[in-house]
Design a protein around this ligand. Structure first.
Ligand SMILES: Cc1cc2nc3c(=O)[nH]c(=O)nc-3n(C[C@H](O)[C@H](O)[C@H](O)COP(=O)(O)OP(=O)(O)OC[C@H]3O[C@@H](n4cnc5c(N)ncnc54)[C@H](O)[C@@H]3O)c2cc1C
Ligand code: FES
Length: 577
């Protein structure tokens, strides 16, 4: 049962339509709506692309609608904005068509659209915003009034700024002061959205509407946002400046300054101090061709992600050396990358187990766990990965400790602890490595770990090598011989990290674990990798991946890791057929 509540300020009535599948129950007010509109609403309510397409074609033909008809139609059509479009490109098209039809219903429905817009998710907000923006001048005023009324609600302001970015009416220039104030908000998402709105208006409005003073102010604000701590804000600052240049709003000195800034972001100014944010560099690349003096971004910035070496470490697990000079130049121990093996593949996070800054290469270990990792391990030397994003995440916690540091690896985690072990040793720490596996054949990267540790201990479940048992038994042995342990880093399967943290907690030994939460964007935007640490929500990709193991909610992590098991099995089966 779908309950749609429509509040129309202009019509000064509240209409409640209660629709259940195609068997709606008309309530008194609904009866004033014409047959045609009712039929269209019923048809939209059937979640079927063909039926919706027919309904939209009919809705396009409606004319001379009453206020009630418009209200009911707007409410029904806008439900399409909320459809889960994932995997249904047809629905995105239909939602776009619905936008145009709602847009034509005029100002009568704008208050309703705005009341929905302020609470909508970002995808739906874009649809609502475009529908509102089709109403030109009076709608600009309505959006500005709504911003005023919702000033304390950052989420609402973000969506209203989205709407402003779509206006093409010259009146929208009157929104610029509001947008520029929002670009300095304390909330980074408001700042980002305001910069996007500024870019949107620079792109859509006539250049003559932007006077010298306004151009300078827009540039100054976007230019100072290039130094923002949040990559998403820097991304939209680049977008905003880029659109200004494209529109010809910047010339002479300002264009020169912009060219310099973009060269710096891309690291093509000779200083090798490019922006750490991939999304920022990617955005700058789109515009750098507009500055002739900026030189060729491709030559210095291009990375092929070619596989230079591939070695089998144990069944289904491979060591790769990849050509990725920009990542190699910046990566630090504990950070990770996100890799997409081919154009249509998923992107998966992987730890870095080594790099050579001079040769411009990075090393990774890939365990074929599912569809995408299997696709990677099927590639051979000479092939190229579609893209590599990184470095991502924060550096491991490294300092000089009083006692011994122990790094513990299981599976690909042994590779991941090597750079941290090297950094700890470089600071004068005594570092012991522990590698655990089910049997001797599955012990990975032992010679490489030995190169950076004073001692390496092995454990196998079946006793085929080293201590028979688990990594915590090796840890116990170090303690038994009276050695003081000050710091532990464990990277590997969750049960292993959990056991290590449970053992060291009562002993008060500082323990970090690397959380392999399911990740999507890897930049702290999507929330998919959220974990609970010390009762607080953290994003593993942004705040981690290393966290204080004594504070991690491992139960929640394991639950979230299993979220997509059914889909993962389906994907693997599909790729194997
Ligand atoms: C920070 C980090 C570092 C990692 N380092 C390595 C590494 O060095 N080598 C390595 O082989 N693997 C590493 N992983 C795990 C690797 O990302 C997953 O094995 C991979 O995503 C699986 O994708 P798939 O399509 O092959 O398999 P799927 O069938 O999608 O998944 C198989 C299993 O992998 C896990 N997984 C799935 N998707 C993700 C995701 N997007 N992010 C994290 N885990 C996921 C799930 O637990 C799932 O059950 C790391 C994960 C994280 C978060
Ligand atoms: S992967 Fe999206 S927030 Fe971490």
């Amino acid at each position: 049962m779908l309950v749609v509540q429509i509040l129309l300020k202009t019509g000064k009535f509240i209409l409640e339509c209660v629709l259940g599948g195609c068997n709606y129950e008309p309530i008194p007010e609904f009866q004033t709506v014409t047959k045609n509109t009712k039929a269209i609403v019923e048809q939209i309510n059937i979640d079927n692309e063909e039926s919706i397409a027919v309904a939209l074609a009919q809705a396009e033909k409606l004319a001379d609608l009453s206020g009630e008809d418009k209200a009911v139609l707007a409410a029904a059509l806008s439900t399409l904005f909320y459809h889960d479009n994932h995997g249904r490109p047809g629905m995105i098209k239909l939602a776009g068509k619905a936008e145009a039809i709602i847009g034509k219903l005029g100002m009568d429905v704008v208050p309703f659209l705005i009341s929905e817009l302020v609470n909508a998710d970002s995808e739906s907000a874009a649809h609502f915003g475009r529908a509102v923006a089709r109403n030109g001048k009076p709608a600009v005023k309505a959006v500005l009034q709504a911003i005023d009324a919702n000033r304390k609600e950052d989420y609402a302001v973000i969506n209203l700024l989205t709407a402003l970015s779509y206006f093409t009416d010259s009146e929208a220039i009157s929104a610029m002061p509001e947008i520029l104030v929002a670009a300095k908000s304390a909330n980074h998402r408001v700042r980002a959205e305001a910069l996007e709105a500024s870019a949107g208006l620079a792109k859509r409005l006539d250049a003559t509407l932007f006077d010298e003073k306004l151009r300078l102010k827009m540039y100054d604000i976007a230019s100072s946002a290039l130094g923002d701590q949040q990559p998403i804000v820097r991304h939209f600052a680049v977008h905003s400046i880029g659109e200004m240049v494209k529109k010809g709003l910047l010339d002479g000195e300002l264009k020169g300054k912009a060219a310099k800034a973009f060269s710096g972001i891309l690291g093509i100014d000779g200083n090798n101090n490019w922006d750490n944010g991939f999304i920022v560099r990617h955005e700058a690349e789109k515009y750098v061709g507009l500055f002739k003096q900026a030189g060729s971004a491709k030559n210095k910035y291009h990375q092929s992600f070619r596989i230079l070496e591939k070695r089998e470490l144990c069944p289904d697990t491979y060591y790769f050396t990849i050509e990725a000079p920009l990542t190699a130049a910046k990566i630090q121990a504990g950070q990770f990358i996100i890799i997409r093996p081919s154009e249509f593949a998923e992107r998966i996070p992987l730890s870095i187990c080594g790099w050579n800054r001079d040769k411009g290469t990075i090393n990774i270990i890939v365990m074929a766990a599912g569809r995408t990792s299997r696709e990677m391990t099927n590639l051979s030397v000479g092939s190229c990965f579609a893209d590599v994003v990184g470095p991502l995440g924060t550096r491991s916690h490294v300092k000089k400790h009083e006692g011994t540091c122990v790094v513990i690896g299981g599976g690909y985690g042994t590779g991941a602890v090597i750079p941290t072990a090297r950094d700890l040793a470089a600071l004068g720490n005594r570092v012991i490595g522990i590698v655990g596996a089910r049997n001797e054949k599955l012990l990975l990267m032992v010679p490489e770990l030995k190169e950076v540790c004073a001692e390496v201990m092995l454990t196998t479940n079946d006793g085929s090598a080293g201590i028979k048992g688990f990594v915590i038994h090796a840890l116990e042995e170090i303690l038994k011989r009276g050695e003081k342990i000050s710091h532990v880093l464990a990277v590997g399967p969750v049960p292993m990290m959990m056991a290590v943290a449970a053992m060291t907690k009562p002993l008060g030994i500082e323990t970090y674990v690397s959380l392999n939460a399911v990740m999507v964007d890897g930049t702290g935007m999507c929330g998919s990798c959220r974990v609970i640490v010390g009762g607080e929500t953290k994003f593993a990709c942004f705040h981690g991946p290393d966290f204080d193991g004594h504070k991690v909610d491992f139960e929640q992590l394991m639950k979230r890791q299993k979220m997509f098991v059914a889909k993962e099995k389906e994907a693997l089966a599909f790729s194997e057929n």
